[in-house]
Design a protein around this ligand. Structure first.
Ligand code: PLP
Length: 412
């Protein structure tokens, strides 16, 4: 089990106060806080070995290159990939998915083909496919949701056909918390000859992920949701697919030989990493992975399951006033609690909570098609991570109760 009191000491920001109250940070699905070791790794890089990588023969450049590639190895092991060359360092999940759409997608999805996705995707795993479909004359199809906020798979064999070239699916919903049965869906898609991209932005930070066991063809995630800085993320591509993919961006570092009118490409994965990469933040991502591995992903997942059970119970007390979205079974969901009430607009509720020191997210959570299908303009979302406590959930519930009272009766 996690020693959360001990862990919290590693996160300087958690000792902040907001309006004189201790910060209760429940906006982890948007971005996580960073431990001292990650912050220090950025200082170390800039103070001791800041240098450009790959091209240098001097000590600083070799040190930076080693640490950058070491970060790639750590991420490779962390997600159960077999080869380091199958991991491309990108800015974030969004860039990773665009890379797949505009390289593999551009050449493998054509007129009449179908891209299957779901109605719980973040815009990052929808808009790149809309663009590609328009570009190449393909069409988009959707797996709908049932009332519990889980995928309705009753007609999956009709939705995935020989025309389906890609299934693009989130591992865990950033609004509903739903954890999708990705392995099962990958097997079905593969039987029909389709490739599968998994958006792991919300899963990798919170549970053990093994891309080899899962069998996905593409897997994307962002560092900033898993204790690392912003501006660094990872795309995993199955090596046999990556070997045949065209580059995404063109320029320095991604080439082998350049002539006046043509060029040849660098080895994998650098063929996909044009220009000076985000060296410092990649190294810091490696340090974040060390931190998560030291705690153990199973322990983190278990801790969040306990928080989720606790929160589900606490929210059930407010059932009359607040509607909670997503599955009720902790085996099928993560620690993301989205809710709404007809008594207060989500933004007002979010502002009220902020005055109690509680940080939550309000809005459409970059999932407008989902919001539209739920007929909601917005929700409030509280999302947990390894440093959150039951006591913080108590504070959230107490503040929600007083907000509901305030907005119904006009006093605090
Ligand atoms: N996919 C999911 C499920 C997300 O929750 C997010 C961010 O909230 C993204 C993709 C996009 O991540 P990023 O903004 O880091 O590219």
């Amino acid at each position: 089990m996690l020693d959360v009191n001990h862990i919290r000491k590693d996160f300087p920001i958690l000792s902040r106060t907001i309006y004189g109250k201790p910060l209760v940070y429940l906006d982890n699905a948007a971005t996580s806080q960073k431990p001292k070791s990650v912050i220090q790794s950025l200082v170390d890089y800039y103070e001791s070995y800041n240098s450009n990588i790959h091209r240098g023969v001097h000590t600083l450049s070799m040190e930076a290159t080693d640490r950058h590639e070491e970060a790639r190895s750590k991420c490779t092991r962390f997600i159960g990939a077999k080869e380091e060359k199958s991991l491309i360092m990108v800015r974030n999940t969004t860039e990773a998915i665009n890379l797949v759409a505009q390289t593999w997608g551009k050449y493998n999805i054509s007129e009449g083909d179908e891209i299957l996705t779901t109605h719980m995707e973040h815009h990052s795993n929808l808009v790149p496919w809309q663009k590609l479909a328009k570009q190449n004359g393909a069409s988009l199809k959707f797996i709908e949701l049932n009332e519990d906020g889980m995928l309705d798979l009753s007609n999956i064999n009709k939705l995935i056909t020989e025309r389906t070239k890609l299934l693009a699916l989130t591992h865990m919903s950033n609004v509903l918390g739903t954890i999708n049965p990705v392995k099962e869906l990958i097997e079905i898609a593969h039987k029909m000859g389709a490739k599968v991209l998994i958006d792991g932005a919300q899963s990798v930070p919170h549970m053990k992920v093994d891309v080899t066991d899962m069998g996905c063809d593409f897997f994307a995630f962002s560092g900033h949701k898993m204790l690392a800085p912003t501006g660094i993320g990872v795309l995993y591509v199955k090596p046999e697919i990556l070997e045949h993919m065209e580059p995404f961006l063109f320029g320095g570092d991604m080439v082998s030989q350049v002539w006046d009118d043509t060029a040849t490409w660098n080895d994998l994965p650098w063929k996909f990493e044009a220009g000076t990469p985000n060296i410092a933040d990649a190294i810091a991502l490696g340090v974040a992975v060390d931190y998560l591995r030291d705690l153990g992903m199973e322990n983190i997942h278990l801790h969040e399951k306990e928080l989720t059970s606790y929160a589900l119970k606490a929210f059930s007390e407010l059932e009359e006033d607040l509607t909670l979205l997503g599955p009720r079974d902790v085996e099928r969901r993560g620690g993301i609690m989205s809710f709404h009430t007809n008594k207060v607009h989500p933004h007002d509720l979010g502002t009220f909570l902020d005055h109690d020191g509680i940080a939550v997210r309000t809005g459409h959570h970059c999932a407008m098609p989902l919001m539209r299908s739920l007929e909601l303009p917005a929700t409030v979302r509280a999302s947990f991570y390894l440093y959150n406590t039951e006591n913080e959930i108590d504070k959230l519930i107490a503040s929600l109760k007083s907000a509901l009272y305030y907005f119904s009766n006009g006093s605090h």
